[in-house]
Ligand binder design. Sequence first.
Ligand code: NAG
Ligand code: NAG
Ligand code: NAG
Ligand code: NAG
Ligand code: NAG
Length: 422
Amino acid sequence: MTRDCERSSEVQSKKALFSRQTSKMAGKLLLCIIIALSCSGTLQEQYKLKKVLMLSRHNVRTPLGKDLEEITSKPWPKWKEQSGYLTAKGAMLEGYMGVFFSKWLNKQGMLPDKCPDEDVFYAYANVKQRTRESAKSFVENAFPGCNITVHSKYPALRDPVFYPIIHNDTESFKAAALQAMSERLSTVVYLNKSMIELESILDYESSDNCRTKKQCDLIEDKNVLNLDAGEKPGPVGPLKIGNSAVDAFNMQYYEGLPMEDIAWGAIKTQHQFTELQLIAKEFHNVCFNTSLIAKDISKYLVQYMKKVLLSETPKVTLMMGHDANIFTLQETLGFKPYVLPLQHEYTPVGGKIVFQKWYDADKDVDLLRIDYVYQSHEQLRNATKLGLNNPPQFFLMELKECPINSKGYCLWDDFVKLLNNV
Ligand SMILES: *[C@@H]1O[C@H](CO)[C@@H](O)[C@H](O)[C@H]1NC(C)=O
Ligand SMILES: *[C@@H]1O[C@H](CO)[C@@H](O)[C@H](O)[C@H]1NC(C)=O
Ligand SMILES: *[C@@H]1O[C@H](CO)[C@@H](O)[C@H](O)[C@H]1NC(C)=O
Ligand SMILES: *[C@@H]1O[C@H](CO)[C@@H](O)[C@H](O)[C@H]1NC(C)=O
Ligand SMILES: *[C@@H]1O[C@H](CO)[C@@H](O)[C@H](O)[C@H]1NC(C)=O
C-alpha cells in the first residue's frame, strides 16, 4: 500500500516537473488530493487492523559455532561481545525495527497517545541474552521512556515455548522421526558446488578436522543424524560445519566488517552468498522441516500463539525467538515455500512473521494477513534507519490451508480451523 502510493506520487511528481511554474502550485495541491483519495480511501477505511502477533528472530549476534576453530586454521575475526550475544549493532538495528513498527501500528490506529499498557502491547522473549536484548531494544525505541517490560523466563535456562527440542520420548516416535530426517537428508543432492566453494574458503584440508579427525571432504564425509528426547535434533558432519561457517560469514557481513575480512576476503559477489546459503537452508531443513519433528518441537510455541491469537487482548504481541522457532512454525502451520527478495537468509536476523487480524466492515468478516517483515541484507549492513517512507521489506506469506484473495487476505475462520487442527 504505502509503497504503491509512493511510487505513483513519484511518477506524478516527475510529470509535474514539466508543467509551467505557475501551474506548479495548483498541480501540487491537486496531486495531494489525488494521493489522499487514492491511498487513504481504499484498504484503510474498508479494513481495520484489530490484532497483531509478531514472531521475530533476534537481530545480529556474534557467531555461535563451537566448532569454528576446528574447521579452518585461518584466524576468525575477534568480536567484542561473547559468543551468541546480540551485538551493539544488532541492538541498534532492532531499535530501527521498533521505531518502524510503532509508526506503522500508530498509522493503523492500534496505539494510544500515551504509553501502551499490556493489554495493548506485550513483549515476550526467550531466555537467551540475544533474544531478551533484541526485544528490549525494540520496545525502548518503539516506546521511548515508557518502561515496557520484556517478559521472559530468565534466569531459568530454558523456556519450553522457544527451546527447540524433541519432546516425545517414545521409541516409535524416534524411529519415525529418524526415518523422516534421513529421507530429508537423501534429497540434499545439489550442494556440491557450495561445498567445494566452502572447502576452498576454509582451506579445509589444513583444518584440525582434516588433520586429526581425518574429515577432509565436505561432499563425501557422512552426516550422522541425532535425535533424542530433550535435545535439539540435527546432523553432525558437513552440513553442520557448513551451517556454522555460513552463519559466521552472514554475521560478519551484517556487522559491517570490511569485505576483505569477510570469509577472509573470499566472498566477492552476492551470488556467492546465495550459493553458500543453500548449505544453511538444507541444514535447517534436515533438522526441522519434516512435519513430525516440526510439530513436536513447536508444540508449546503453537499453543502459546494460538492462545494469544484467539483472545481479545493484547492487541499487539512481540515474541522474540530464533530461526528454529520460525522454521518449525512454518512447517507446522503449512506455509507455502518462498524466496525473500534482497536477502540471502531463509529466516533473516531481525525478521518477523507478522500475523494480522483485519476486520472488513463491508462484509462484516474478519481476515488474516501474514507478512514476513525483515531488513534487506543492505539495510542491515548499512544500518539503514527505517520509517514509513523507508520501510523494511514486506513479503506476503501464504498458508496452504488459508487461501488468500487477490489482496493477500484469507478468512480468519479458515485460520482458526487450521489452528484447532494442529
Ligand atoms: C519499570 O517497571 C518495573 C517493573 O515493571 C519497575 O520495577 C520499575 O520501577 C519501573 N521503572 C521506572 C523508572 O518506572
Ligand atoms: C509420540 O509419538 C508417537 C509415535 O509417533 C505417537 O503415537 C504419540 O501420540 C506421541 N506422543 C505425544 C505425547 O505426542
Ligand atoms: C557430488 O559429488 C559427489 C562426489 O564427488 C558425486 O558422487 C556426486 O555425483 C555429485 N552430485 C551431483 C549432483 O553432482
Ligand atoms: C520444507 O518442506 C516443504 C515440503 O516438504 C518444502 O516445500 C519446503 O520448500 C521446505 N522448506 C525449505 C526451507 O526448503
Ligand atoms: C548501502 O550502501 C551502499 C554503499 O554506500 C549503497 O550503494 C546502497 O545503495 C546502500 N543501500 C541501502 C539499502 O541503503
